[in-house]
Design a protein around this ligand. Structure first.
Ligand SMILES: [Zn+2]
Length: 235
């Protein structure tokens, strides 16, 4: 299976080492703003039980809601103070930079939305490449007595996406919590052969045939080979 450029599609479940190789940068923060033409901005997200932020995927609206980030100062009670728009220097924080781009797009100042590459954490050192999203809106709202940022993103059909490949598209949109649970249940290996690299999330009953994404019983881990073999059988 290859994309528009003829590249073999890489498997979406990757190690942290592969992630930083792809992004050519150590990503220490959840939000990584980049304003150059060669690299996209990056959001890291986590829906694990102890995750610090409330990121959500709205299946109905096909909308990713990503929470802004807390003050990074040490010692402060981060969850009781407003998420910062600016740094101590008075310049925009990453929250502020993304907020500005979203509002500029909404207000027509930007012709096209800022594009953001999103990765989800599945386990220690294990990530899922969720693909590229468009930043279409942002709010700075009152929540639990303080101000927090909410960023609204929709899936982008970018060059890294394979067209006419709806199962891959739906693999990307399986809720993070389902991915994390299936990852644990299947112990991070292909259910058919035990391979531990080149892994995918597979809908047991395909999405196109009515199979659900939000039910762990309908999702399993398969290697690229078994994923493809199964796809061929169904068609
Ligand atoms: Zn396999």
């Amino acid at each position: 299976m290859s994309d528009l450029l003829g590249n073999t599609r890489s498997s979406p479940i990757i190690s942290y080492t592969e992630l930083i190789t792809r992004e050519r940068q150590n990503l220490q923060k959840g939000m990584n703003f980049r304003n150059d033409d060669t690299r996209l901005s990056v959001f890291l997200m986590s829906a694990r039980r102890n995750a610090p932020y409330k990121d959500e995927w709205d299946e109905e609206k096909q909308l990713l809601i990503y929470e802004g980030h807390d003050l990074s100062a040490k010692g402060a009670n981060k969850k009781s103070v407003d998420q910062p728009m600016t740094r101590d220097s008075g310049r925009l924080s990453d929250n502020g930079k993304f907020y500005k781009e979203a509002i500029d797009f909404k207000g027509g100042v930007r012709e096209f939305p800022l594009q953001i590459q999103v990765y989800e954490k599945l386990d220690i050192g294990v990530w899922f490449d969720k693909g590229i999203f468009n930043l279409i809106d942002a709010r700075y709202i009152d929540e639990d007595g303080r101000k927090v940022f909410k960023f609204y993103l929709t899936p982008a059909d970018g060059a890294r996406l394979v067209i006419d490949d709806s199962d891959y598209r739906h693999e990307r949109m399986i809720p993070t919590s389902v991915k994390v649970e299936v990852w644990k249940r299947d112990k991070g290996i292909c259910r058919e052969c035990g391979a531990n690299t080149g892994l995918h999330y597979d809908h047991i009953l395909p999405y196109s045939k009515g199979g659900r994404s939000d039910d762990v019983r309908n999702v399993q881990i398969l290697c690229a080979r078994h994923n493809l073999q199964k796809g061929a059988k169904i068609q």
